[in-house]
Design a binder for this molecule. Structure first.
Ligand code: DC
Length: 248
């Protein structure tokens, strides 16, 4: 896969920030805002797995054809483009071979298939390689499931973001409603619980809190409060890094 990503602003070499957690914990919203505040590059790794799922669907490949999917992913061109919305909020657009698939990647069909697709080893290998390449210089915020454990085990800031399944289902329902997809709360909750189970019990790179990650439970917290917390972790990490250098 050739992944091109357009930087929102030029970044100086700086921290690597890993944000992991289950579906619907609000990772992408806070990761995107934290990156904007810091002037860092934001990489939504879930969007990469979702784009790979759209590709498999377009090619009529079933999840029983992992080698064919991996081949298709290796040859596809995915672009993540940062834009600013009309209200000034940061937006991430996703393109597959030049076509805008930003809306499609969040559909329920893709949400149901992305988890099985993400268990395919060679697909993960090619996406993880891109994620590491884009993070080499630091000044990045990555969100996903395996960032602190596999992709960037040396990240200076690791956050494990979570919330109760009911809270996460409520948030996902709102997303589906906005898209005009009507699904019952019980169905969304069941799908979220199943996805969490599959993501955390798979053999390769399961969803797991890194030993050195800060756990943040976001029930009852506003987005601003969560972002502030992440920025606090960053200040501590920078101070720690400075004193470490002074000792050398
Ligand atoms: O964060 P999300 O819901 O957009 O992620 C979609 C799926 O992609 C999720 O069910 C698991 C998978 N994923 C993964 O396996 N590893 C990542 N780093 C990011 C996402």
């Amino acid at each position: 896969m050739i992944l091109n990503i357009q930087k929102m602003v030029e970044t100086a070499p700086a921290l690597k920030i890993a944000i992991d957690g289950p579906a619907g914990a609000g990772k992408s919203t806070v990761a995107r805002l934290a990156a904007k505040k810091l002037g860092y590059l934001y990489l939504d790794t879930g969007a990469m797995y979702r784009a790979a799922t759209v590709l498999a669907l377009r090619k009529g490949l079933s999840m029983e054809e992992p080698e064919e999917i991996a081949q298709a992913v290796a040859h596809a061109k995915i672009d993540l483009v940062h834009e600013t919305g009309a209200d000034g909020s940061p937006l991430l657009k996703v393109f597959l071979d030049g076509e805008d698939i930003t809306f499609e990647i969040r559909s329920r069909e893709v949400s149901l298939l992305v988890s099985p697709l993400s268990t395919i080893g060679p697909v993960r290998d090619s996406l993880v390689e891109q994620q590491r390449r884009l993070s080499e210089e630091g000044g990045v915020v990555l969100d996903g499931r395996d960032i602190g454990t596999v992709v960037l085990p040396n990240a200076e800031v690791k956050v494990f973001l979570t919330a109760s399944a009911a809270e996460r289902a409520k948030r996902r329902m709102k997303d589906f409603e906005t898209r005009g997809e009507n699904v019952s709360f019980d169905t969304v909750l069941k799908e979220i619980v199943e996805r969490d189970k599959r993501d955390s019990t798979r053999e390769i790179a399961p969803l797991k809190k890194a030993a050195d990650a800060h756990e943040v439970v976001t029930d009852g917290m506003t987005v601003t409060e969560v972002v502030e917390k992440i920025l606090e972790f960053c200040s501590h990490a920078r101070a720690h890094e400075r004193s470490r250098r002074e000792l050398i």
